[in-house]
Design a protein around this ligand. Structure first.
Ligand SMILES: C[S@@+](CC[C@H](N)C(=O)[O-])C[C@H]1O[C@@H](n2cnc3c(N)ncnc32)[C@H](O)[C@@H]1O
Length: 318
């Protein structure tokens, strides 16, 4: 699908009013470019770990919106021009010009698939669902994964580090809690390594769909792998549904800012001696996470591993 991109040159002051006016005339999915720094609070709610250094904020901004080229007969752009004219009476719009450009004709949702192919971690083969099982895979555990729009092809350093820990710590018959399951890859791996049951949680509805589909792809039954949408950190109902003192392994490949609050009460769901395998920690936040884990007297850190700029911390419930 080809999209026409329209860019409105304006001021940071006018961005909210313009966005809301575009929404009112039926334009969805706008994009704002400015040099306003994210606050620490905003970064947390957006699951952003790095706050990039921006040039100084000069008060200007660009609001981009997109219209399907097949449906773009000029009506919406005319309406947008009128809205901008009207808004000038209330706020400094700046230039207020609208320029048009075309985006590439790409299947943005599926384009990445050409770069992702079967790979191995230890003796485990991880293959996209659309690739065939080959002779060399025979006799090895093989995972078929399609993450859809969720995170979790297995090729990211953070996921790979958890998979290596699962290979090491999963025992036959284990029960796994997979917090932030994404595509469900870690649960599927743990089940392949002999776990009896896995429960995944995620905030993203697409992760729930992807996990269920990947479960089917790998011949895993609904009794073996369940997924629930919600936040185990602060939702009592989700905590109750996960259950208490019943997991042999909890894995969580999530950003440091989520792992820190998670580490406060996660032991409640773990059996004594169970492992808490975490990843998704950027090296600049390693000390912060380690200190957070140390504050929980129920946990002791047993391993810290690094892959590139990413860190895995594995702890154990005493
Ligand atoms: C980096 S992805 C990991 C996906 C997969 N587990 C893997 O290792 O490849 C992190 C996932 O955590 C989810 N997430 C973030 N905060 C969460 C929370 N508080 N509870 C559950 N899931 C959360 C995100 O939606 C995302 O799917």
């Amino acid at each position: 699908m080809k999209w026409n991109r329209y860019s409105i040159k304006t001021t940071t002051q006018a961005v909210d009013l313009i966005s809301s006016a575009l929404d009112d005339i039926g334009i969805e999915g706008i994009e704002i470019q400015d040099n306003v720094q994210l606050t620490q609070e905003e970064a947390k709610t957006m699951f952003v770990d790095f706050i990039p250094e921006l040039p100084p904020d000069d008060g200007t901004a660009v609001v981009n919106f997109y219209i399907d080229s097949d449906e773009d007969d000029g009506t919406l752009v005319k309406k947008a021009e009128q809205e901008i004219k009207d808004l000038r009476m209330f706020v400094d719009i700046g230039e207020g010009t609208i320029t048009r450009s075309e985006t590439e004709d790409k299947d943005w949702i599926n384009n990445w698939k050409q770069y992702w192919h079967t790979f191995t971690i230890g003796n485990l083969y991880i293959k996209p669902t659309w690739e065939e099982i080959t002779e060399e895979m025979k006799g090895h555990p093989v995972l078929s994964i399609d993450p859809g729009t969720a995170f979790g092809t297995g090729s990211h350093e953070t996921t790979r580090m958890v998979i290596k820990q699962l290979e090491k710590y999963v025992k036959k018959g284990d029960r796994i809690l997979d917090v932030g399951c994404g595509s469900g890859i870690l649960s599927v791996v743990a089940l392949k390594y002999g776990a009896e049951y896995a429960l995944g949680t995620d905030l993203d509805p697409n992760a729930i769909i992807a996990s269920e589909e990947n479960s089917v792809q790998n011949n895993i039954t609904k009794e073996q792998f369940e997924v629930i949408e919600g936040n185990i950190i602060d939702d009592k109902n989700i905590k109750d549904r996960c259950g208490y003192e019943c997991y042999d392994i909890v894995c969580a490949n999530i950003l440091a800012d989520v792992l820190e609050p998670l580490s406060v009460n996660i032991h409640e769901h773990m059996k004594h001696g169970a492992y808490f395998i975490t990843s998704g920690i950027i090296n600049t936040k390693e000390d912060e996470v380690v200190n957070a884990f140390k504050k929980n007297s129920e946990l002791e850190i047993v391993e810290i591993n690094h892959d590139g700029e990413w860190v895995n911390v594995t702890a154990r419930r005493k």
